[in-house]
Design a protein around this ligand. Structure first.
Ligand code: 4AD
Ligand code: MG
Length: 477
């Protein structure tokens, strides 16, 4: 029911002639305001959060940020516009005129005519202080507030630009974007790191399984992309993937984003590796061009030296070694590893780190892994006693494994045997079918998006490059 006051207001508004209200000036983002080259008193509205307040005798200076850029907009106001509520962290709407700034640091400032505090903020209780440059570990305690800092603002803008750049790269190269499902009944990687999906209440759905079969959150969209690669020669997907790995390491999450591509009619790993290198280099070039200030902040304050390390990666051709060569390099290393390197054993983080350093900190493709280490779908190299598959991992400085990919086993009988050995024949009939109806040699890869961001920005911990990290014992918010 309408309250008496509301009713009166509603009646007034429909009975009498509309009273002309002055329209507020058009809203402009801080980023767009800062880009105005020759401001000449345009009246605008700016909205955002106060990053600093400096009160002088007759003038009030504010800095307002709205997330559109690293730089905040300077607001200059007559001190009579000051109010007790105007403080660090509060949200504001400001109307005024864009003018040329007499100060060297910025070209434009807003001469305020009206300042409205939309939401107050008591800086005494607010855990983020403007002047500090708090370490990323400290900010991790405040997943609901940390996006208001310069560091997270920059990282998240880079993340947004990198997302757009990935879509551009694939579009420009003729790939079709496929939405692969989040809920699935298969375990693509066969590693058993699945989160099972069930309704929270059995009352409404009395059946044992909601979907009649056990269902899981996807660990990879690859098998669905392979379905599509029977109709589209180049496809990609880019979405969340989930792994129940019991790890709190600096490069593992339970929920992470993966960029995956699948290409039909390719017969060599080199063709896949070319796309991987192209993706890494083109996307990075686009990110550097679209948000240089944000990247520079990370390179300057979070990871000094990273600018040069990244340039080194970009200007060199990526290297290639076989798994067998990698094992030889590791065996000859003077360093003592916790896990002794031996043919047939997987590469551990310490091995990846050593190999990348050995290769002069240039990203290195490691190819042709032992068949026994890899999932059923990887193509058999049929290469004698040291039996390998056409697999490829890309190892990068600071992170280790960034991409994993392979040629897929497209030959019906080979695949049938591999599935039979793993006891998967029944569940993967549909996958075998793909090899009966117009099978083609094909292959693809997956790139961990958060690890990519860590690699280009030099961020040590993966939890700092995703807005809301999920990992063992932690699912905050
Ligand atoms: O090497 P992975 O397991 O490969 C696949 O899932 C393939 N099916 C992809 C494909 O060929 N379409 O995962 C791919 C990449 C890894 O190289 C790593 O960068 C990232 O995904 N990744 C993780 N990132 C964060 N947290 C985790 N727990 C991750 N597990 C894998
Ligand atoms: Mg892998």
């Amino acid at each position: 029911m309408l309250g008496a006051r509301c009713l009166l207001r509603a009646l007034r508004s429909c009975s009498s002639a509309p009273c002309p209200r002055p329209k507020p000036p058009a809203r402009l983002s801080v980023r767009d305001a800062l880009r105005v080259q020759s401001p000449s008193g345009e009246r605008v509205t700016v909205q955002g959060w106060v990053r600093s307040v400096r009160s002088q005798k007759e003038v009030l200076f504010l800095h307002v940020n709205d997330g559109s850029s690293l730089e905040s907009l300077q607001i200059v106001a007559d001190s009579n516009l000051e109010s007790r509520e105007l403080d660090f962290g509060c949200s504001v709407e400001i109307q005024g005129q864009l003018v040329k700034s007499p100060y060297k640091r910025q070209n434009v400032e807003l001469k305020a005519e009206k300042i409205e505090v939309v939401g107050t903020c008591d800086p005494k209780d607010f855990p983020l202080k403007y002047k500090d440059r708090p370490p990323l570990e400290y900010l991790r305690q405040f997943p609901h507030l940390r996006c208001r800092t310069n560091a997270l603002g920059s990282i998240l803008r880079v993340r947004s630009e990198a997302t757009a750049a990935i879509h551009s790269f694939f579009k420009d190269n003729g790939f079709v974007h496929i939405h692969t499902p989040i809920i699935t009944s298969n375990d693509c990687e066969g590693a058993g790191e699945l989160f099972q999906v069930e309704p929270s209440s059995k009352i409404k759905v009395p059946e044992e399984n909601f979907f009649d079969v056990p269902a899981f959150l996807t660990v990879s969209g690859q098998l669905h992309l392979e379905v599509m690669s029977g109709a589209f020669t180049q496809v990609f997907t880019f979405g969340p993937t989930f792994r129940a790995e019991n790890s709190q390491s600096r490069r593992h999450l339970s929920e992470f984003y993966m960029v995956e591509a699948e290409i039909s009619f390719v017969e060599s790993l080199q063709d896949i590796m070319q796309v991987m290198e192209g993706l890494f280099k083109s996307v990075t070039a686009m990110v550097l061009a679209s948000c240089p200030e944000d990247v520079a902040l990370c390179h300057k304050f979070i990871a000094p030296g990273q600018k040069d390390r990244l340039e080194h990666m970009l200007k060199n051709n990526f290297l290639t070694i076989s798994y067998t060569e990698a094992m030889e390099i590791l065996k000859q290393a003077s360093q003592n590893f916790t896990f002794t390197p031996e043919w047939g054993v997987d590469l551990y983080t310490e091995h990846e780190k050593y190999l990348v350093e050995h290769c002069g900190n240039i990203p290195v493709f490691v190819i042709n892994y032992p068949l026994s280490l890899k999932p059923f779908y990887m193509r058999d190299n049929e290469d004698g006693p040291q039996h390998t598959v056409a697999a490829v991992d890309l190892l990068v400085p600071g992170v280790g494994e960034l991409f994993g990919g392979s040629l897929r086993e497209e030959r019906y009988h080979f695949l049938e045997q591999r599935l039979a050995r793993s006891g998967l024949t029944e569940a993967y009939q549909w996958y075998l079918d793909l090899r009966r109806f117009g099978s083609v040699p094909h292959g693809g890869f997956g790139m961990g998006f958060e690890r990519y961001l860590q690699c280009i920005l030099g961020i040590d911990n993966i939890k700092d490059v995703i807005p809301f990290p999920r990992f063992t014992h932690s699912c905050i918010l």
